[in-house]
Each structure stands twice: as C-alpha cells, then as structure tokens.
Design a protein around this ligand. Structure first.
Ligand SMILES: NC(=O)c1ccc[n+]([C@@H]2O[C@H](COP(=O)([O-])OP(=O)(O)OC[C@H]3O[C@@H](n4cnc5c(N)ncnc54)[C@H](O)[C@@H]3O)[C@@H](O)[C@H]2O)c1
Length: 339
C-alpha cells in the first residue's frame, strides 16, 4: 500500500470534513476527540458549514476546490450519497486520503471509479461501514465463526427508525439515496455477507408512502441453504436494530433497545445464557471508525473493512432493490448477467 504523501512521519493526520450535516458533525467531533487526528477545515456551502467550523475553530470553505491541497492530508466525505464519488475523486486528485460515508456510492460504477482514482493517486480509501465497529455485531460474528451456535440455518435482521431528515429531503429521493436497501440495509448486507459470502437469490419488497420508501424487506438465500430475512424501516419512532441468528447448537439475539444488547443462548441445559456486558457500547462506534481510519493511514495498515467489502455490500443492496422493482426472486446468475 503506497501513499503518495508520506504521512507516517507526521504526529497527526490533518483532516477536512466535507458536509456539515448529521454525519459531518459526528465525524468532526470524533476527529477532535481522536489521539492522532486534527480537524483543520470544514467544507459546505450551507451556513451549517461555517457554524461547524466556528465550533471547532477551523477554516470554513464553500467548495472542496477552495481547500488548499497542502493544508490537509485526508478528507472525510459526509455529503448526500449521490455526491460521494465526485468528492472522493476530487480528494484523490489532490493527494488526500478519504474516509467516505456509507453507502460507498449511489451506483456500482461510481464506487469502482472511486477505488480506481484512489489506487492511481496512491491514497487510502475507507468506507464508513460503521456496523463493523458495533460491539454486538462484532461479537456475534466472532461467535458464529467460532461455531458457538453451530451451523446457522435462519437469520433475521432489523434496522429502523424515524424517517431521516436530510438536507432538501434527499433521503426521500431514491435517485439520490438509493432508498432503504442502499441507504439503510447496506449495513445488514455487509454484516451477513461478512459471515456467509455472496447470496444465491434475493426476493424483496418495498412499501412507499407518498413516493418515499418507508419499509422494505428482503428474503436472502445464501449458499448452503441459509435463509435471512432482512427488514428495514423508516416508520418507527425510535431508531433500533435487532438480529436473531438460529444455529444447530443455539440462538444468538440482539435488540438495541434492551439493556443486554447481545445474548447467546446455547442449547445445553447446563449452560446459562452468555451475555456480553449489559452496555457494550462504552465507546462510540463512530469514534472507533474514525480512529481506525486515522491509525490505518498513519501506520499504513488495513482497515476493518476495505473498499472491496463496501462494494460487495453496495452490490447486494442494489440487487435487492432490483428484485423489489421486478417483484420476483432474482438469482445471482440473473443479477450478474443484467447488472
Ligand atoms: N453511518 C451511519 O450510521 C450514517 C448515518 C446517517 C447518514 N449516513 C450517510 O452519511 C452521508 C451524509 O448524510 P447526512 O444525514 O449527514 O446528510 P445531511 O443532509 O444531514 O447533510 C449533508 C450536508 O452535506 C452538504 N453538502 C452537499 N453537497 C456538498 C458538497 N459537494 N460539498 C460539501 N458539502 C456538501 C449539505 O449542504 C449538507 O449540510 C450520507 O451518505 C448518508 O447515507 C451514515
């Protein structure tokens, strides 16, 4: 992994944040709290940009082209999804490393172009697949991979909350956000694929209200007969996540609104339920994500999820979206032949 700019001798990575909305604010706080990151600029033409910059005492720019190349080492891209590719490519052209929010891009060819641009520029690219840092999901995958609940046959995941209010209602425009599969359920596709690889077949449905996607479900069949039901919703008053993985030797459950957010119940009369600490999320997963990016760049080491993983998650989400559009099961062969 070569880096055009040798940042490894630097004590800190100088970071600009593009987008001062919900996620830009989260990332700015994480950079400011990090050990080896330094917030140096905010880019956003909206007045929110100048406000966020003032909060952290850094420079504000209206456009990424205005940000002097030699003042930053890396850019965090936290803008609406349809603009991820343009900003990532602009950053790579300036020699900056990039942490781009999930979904990596709106379209697969955009994601591939982002990877190519960064590879050619010799800069690192990380996608904010933040579920890779949520302890319940990390622990569940470890348990499954260690055979803790035997052979998994059935999986159910849920992720949902209120309808998101992005700038100009961009989440409601599927052409920009990709809708529920691409924007929200990409996390669960990433989680499931990281354990079981590419699906064999997907059946999916979306319920829209006034043209905006509000509730979606996919039935995903993985190799070996494993079936997963993946549900996402923008109809719930409180954001929460759940999963249930049923294996030949036990069950693994998580519900983010309950105190013990991960319980492993083994099919053994002697074994008590094994629960990870009642509040495993002592640290913010978003902080861990930003720290992984900073340390990964400064130390030139791999990230928890590489862009190829994020691309697979995006591809699976687009596949589910397509299956919902045609209203029929879409096999992997048919998806690959038409996409
Ligand atoms: N990982 C997660 O848990 C999570 C949660 C929410 C959103 N997201 C993702 O984060 C991204 C941002 O979402 P959000 O909810 O923060 O959006 P938002 O609508 O709250 O904010 C977007 C901001 O980007 C600015 N912007 C638009 N184009 C720009 C450009 N070219 N340069 C600089 N700034 C620009 C807008 O003015 C706005 O202030 C999306 O891709 C979304 O899917 C991830």
């Amino acid at each position: 992994m070569g880096t055009e700019r040798d940042v490894r001798r630097q004590p800190k990575l100088r970071i600009g944040v593009a987008g001062a909305g919900t996620m830009g604010r989260v990332h700015a706080a994480a950079v400011a709290a990090s050990r080896r990151g330094e917030m140096v600029a905010v880019v956003d033409a909206d007045p929110a940009g100048a406000r966020l910059a003032a909060e952290w005492g850094v420079a504000a720019y209206r456009d990424v082209e205005d940000l002097p190349s030699d003042e930053v080492d890396a850019l965090i891209v936290a803008v609406p999804t349809d603009r991820h590719a343009a900003l990532t490519e602009a950053a790579a052209a300036r020699g900056w490393h990039v942490l781009v929010e999930k979904p990596m891009a709106r379209e697969r060819d955009q994601a591939q172009a982002m990877m190519k641009a960064c590879a050619e520029a010799g800069t690192r690219l990380m996608v904010g697949q933040v579920v890779r840092y949520f302890p319940e999901y990390v622990r569940a995958r470890d348990v499954v991979e260690a055979g803790g609940i035997g052979q998994v046959a059935v999986a159910r995941t849920f992720r949902g909350g209120p309808y998101p209010r992005g700038q100009d209602d961009w989440y409601g425009d599927a052409a920009r956000s990709g809708g529920l599969f691409v924007d929200l359920l990409i996390h669960d596709f990433d989680f499931l694929q990281s354990m079981w690889g590419r699906p064999e077949e997907i059946t999916a449905r979306v319920r829209a209200v006034e043209g905006r996607p509000r509730h979606a479900a996919a039935l995903v069949r993985f190799p070996g007969g494993l079936a997963a039901e993946v549900v996402g919703s923008w109809l719930h008053p409180r954001f929460h996540t759940r999963f249930e993985l049923a294996g030949s030797a036990g069950l693994l459950e998580h519900h983010s609104l309950e105190r013990a957010t991960l319980v492993v119940e083994v099919d053994d009369q002697q074994a008590a339920a094994v629960a990870v600490p009642s509040s495993p999320a002592h640290r913010s997963p978003y902080q861990d994500e930003v720290d992984d990016f900073i340390e990964g760049v400064l130390e030139n080491r791999p990230f928890q999820a590489e862009p190829a993983d994020a691309l697979l998650a995006l591809d699976c989400a687009l596949w589910a979206q397509r299956a919902a559009e045609i209203g029929e099961a879409l096999t992997r062969r048919d998806w690959e032949a038409t996409s």
